[in-house]
Design a protein around this ligand. Structure first.
Ligand code: PMP
Length: 403
């Protein structure tokens, strides 16, 4: 029996369902491992020692590469001094100054641990500021695992979501319609920088949609909340809607800001400063200094290397290669999203059966992809790694064609 199978068998006895949440292997293509023993750069090794070129990057957090030496050195130096203490370390202020200087809309920031903390704090701040209740959320968008936003309603109540109203991404009329339904009670519009729903083509925002969302919030006095949890630090360090000239009031960050260390952030403008000071949000580990030192090192290195441009270039190299291979092997595919957060779907593949089979075949050849969720590039992906991965995917396409 493989190590992975043995661990899964033991886990099934003491962990409900074998594992909780999005990393459960049951949601992945056949043959995918559940357990990993180590990771370095753009590679990871499963519990049985199989090596993979990693295109999920821990589902986003790893942006410079696994176990980045500079981030790990900064974290280790802080760990020698102190981590969770009776109050934060000086690095909190340094990180807050640095992050607010990077993020264009940010007059202030506060830190937490997970993306759900950050989106929830944005909502609480918006409600405290406006004294209103209703939230507009795009159909199918994921904003976290708390009862107010989880897409899996087991154990939640209808009341938890009583104040959510839905619009369609990039559909201004549906946004206006939802706002009209909320009327005087509209507290906030939540929006992700691009549409990255599970299992469907990724969709970039139209400039008109972003501008309309901003104008609607200005007109109604509601907060525009940008959920940067997945996109943050991969598209634009100043904010993912900067290229559209649209700035949110509040933004939620997590995943990539500390290269795998647990940290989340909420940024806001001065209109929301008093409300953010008035709410009570906290957690036993939220002032942990190690993750903050890691974040500072991550942000500085991303800037120094122009990491975003590198990720985009490597993502484009992967996309070009996959496109050429699919055509050569007679498959019609669609590739969507920013190159550094790509998704590959096959045409005429409504259940993603072909995509799932392709990912299984790629995994057998040493490449870790995802058939339905957007993937992630990191700064550790070099041209040689992409080219090695493409050799494996070429072989995977060939094997798929033989089926
Ligand atoms: N918002 C978005 C857009 C996300 O992708 C995620 C996580 N996938 C979250 C919020 C929640 O983050 P976390 O899992 O860290 O709570």
């Amino acid at each position: 029996m493989s190590q992975d199978a043995a661990l899964r068998e033991r886990a099934a006895r003491v962990i409900p369902g074998g594992l909780w949440g999005h990393l459960r292997v049951q949601g992945l293509p056949p043959g995918y491992p559940q357990f990993f023993s180590r990771a370095q750069g753009c590679r990871l090794w499963d519990a049985d020692g199989r090596e993979f070129i990693d295109f999920m990057c821990s589902w986003g957090p790893v942006v410079l590469g696994h176990h980045d030496p500079d981030v790990q050195a900064a974290a280790a130096a802080q760990a020698r001094l102190g981590d969770t203490m009776n109050g934060p370390a000086p690095v909190l202020v340094e990180l807050a100054e640095h992050f607010t200087s990077l993020v264009a809309h940010a007059d202030w920031v506060l830190f937490a641990k997970n993306g759900t903390d950050a989106t929830t704090i944005c909502v609480t701040t918006a409600r405290a500021a406006t004294g209103r209740r209703k939230l507009l959320v795009a159909q199918g968008a994921y904003h976290g695992a708390a009862p107010w936003c989880t897409p899996y309603p087991a154990g939640t109540t209808a009341e938890d979501r009583a104040h959510l109203l839905h619009y369609r991404y990039n559909d201004i009329a549906s946004l206006e319609q939802a706002a009209a339904q909320a009327g005087e009670d509209l507290a906030a519009v939540l929006v992700s920088p691009f549409r990255h729903d599970y299992g469907v083509d990724l969709e970039l925002p139209t400039p008109g949609f972003a501008t309309a969302a901003r104008a609607l919030c200005d007109r109604t006095g509601a907060a525009l909340i940008l959920d940067e949890v997945r996109t943050g630090c991969r598209l634009d360090l100043a904010g993912s809607w900067e290229h559209l000239g649209v700035r949110p009031d509040l933004a939620a960050w997590s995943k990539a800001i500390a290269n795998g260390h647990a940290l989340a952030a909420v940024t806001g403008n001065d209109r929301y400063r008093a409300a953010a000071a008035s709410i009570f949000v906290t957690g036993s580990f939220w002032c942990g200094a190690v993750a903050m030192a890691a974040a500072l090192a991550t942000l500085r290195k991303l800037q120094a290397l122009d990491g975003i441009a590198q990720m985009r270039a490597m993502g484009q190299r992967l996309r070009d290669g996959l496109g050429a291979q699919a055509a050569a092997h007679g498959f019609r595919i669609r590739q969507s999203g920013p190159p550094q957060m790509p998704l590959l779907l096959f045409d005429d593949d409504p259940d993603c059966a072909l995509g799932t089979a392709f990912c299984s075949l790629a995994l057998q050849r040493g490449v870790y992809l995802h058939p339905k969720h957007n993937m992630f590039l990191s700064v550790a992906h070099r041209a040689e790694d992409i080219d090695q991965a493409l050799q494996a995917t070429d072989d995977a396409f060939a094997a798929l064609a033989r089926r």
